[in-house]
Design a binder for this molecule. Structure first.
Ligand code: AKG
Ligand code: FE2
Length: 304
């Protein structure tokens, strides 16, 4: 049985507030996705929406912040209305920090990133798409981005593309229960190499997969670093990574829920892994999610 998202992770926005938010956003000009890279513009959009709403805006941000801070380190905002110009999306996200992205390169890299079946990345192993395996976004940044924000514009008509979230403590607990304290300890103390994105300076950094306060998981980023360095991981490390891979592939403790139109999900990218379930018909599905990465200040990962 899939585990549903607990109600404590949900924030319900009253209709009057949803209307006021949309109205404030729509009173601003339209901006292009390229223009939204400007931190000044993001702040301007945020300030204008916040000023129009006053205490209600701060209430919403506080409710989201409180939920991201505790297990399962995510917040599902229900009841807001979609602003086609993405000003509302940018304005709410900017309350948590600067929105950041890969350098502009349509269609795969935009500040407000469009997640559509047509541009999904096939997985390096097997027939799945990468986004169907539990992962950390920007595992090739050091450190990875702190916060992910995802809005459902159109859900998959056949009920595919359900959101999946696994939190840090559940993952640590599963490693401990299934593979023992030594594997857990090993993953939290022995660093592995990660190949960094060229636009973040490139090269390799060394970090642990787990720590008391963070997890980072995207195995191909480790494998590419290993290949680029021309050496091999120890058999013990390969076994430990295989154990983790097994858990993220089959643990029944992953949260599983369908995001509906207009719902907005925030995820702590240091304390959760996320994925989506397969689409029944990836070639014809018009599912559309928009996503931003928010560089909120805060914890460092298992950097050594
Ligand atoms: O489509 C989704 O719900 C998640 C996609 C995702 O995780 C990604 O593109 O990194
Ligand atoms: Fe992702």
């Amino acid at each position: 049985m899939p585990v549903p998202l607990p109600d404590t992770a949900k924030v319900h926005v009253p209709t009057s507030l949803a209307n006021a938010l949309l109205h404030a956003a729509e009173s601003l000009p339209q901006y292009s996705n390229l223009e939204f890279y400007s931190n000044d513009l993001q702040s301007f959009v945020h300030d204008r929406i916040r000023q129009a709403l006053r205490l209600d805006f701060d209430w919403l941000v506080g409710e989201i912040r409180g939920r991201i801070a505790r297990r399962p380190y995510c917040a599902l905002v229900q009841g807001i209305q979609y602003d086609e110009g993405n000003r509302l999306f940018v304005g709410i996200n900017r309350a948590f920090g600067e929105l950041v992205a890969r350098p502009y390169e349509k269609p795969r890299a935009q500040l407000v990133h469009y997640i559509q079946p047509a541009t999904d990345l096939p997985a390096t192993h097997g027939s799945q798409f990468e986004s169907e395996k539990l992962h950390t976004d920007t595992a090739d940044w050091n450190p990875p981005v702190k916060l992910i924000s995802m809005l459902c514009v159109r859900a998959d008509r056949e009920g595919g593309g359900r959101s999946r979230v696994l939190d840090l403590e559940t993952l640590r607990d599963e490693v401990h229960a299934r593979f023992g304290s030594r594997t857990l300890e090993f993953l939290a103390t022995e660093p592995v190499p990660w190949l960094l994105a060229p636009y973040r300076g490139g090269g390799v950094c060394w970090r642990t997969v787990l720590s008391e306060t963070s997890v980072c998981w995207r195995r191909y980023t480790i494998e590419m670093a290993v290949a680029s360095l021309g050496f091999e991981l120890s058999p013990t490390m390969i076994a430990a990574l295989d154990s983790l891979e097994k858990i993220v592939t089959d643990t029944p403790r992953t949260l599983d829920f369908l995001m509906r139109e207009g719902e907005l999900l925030f995820l702590d990218n240091h304390r959760t892994l996320h994925a989506r379930t397969p689409l029944a018909s990836p070639l014809v599905s018009d599912r559309l999610m928009i996503r931003s990465w928010v560089a909120a200040g805060g914890t460092t990962l298992g950097v050594v």
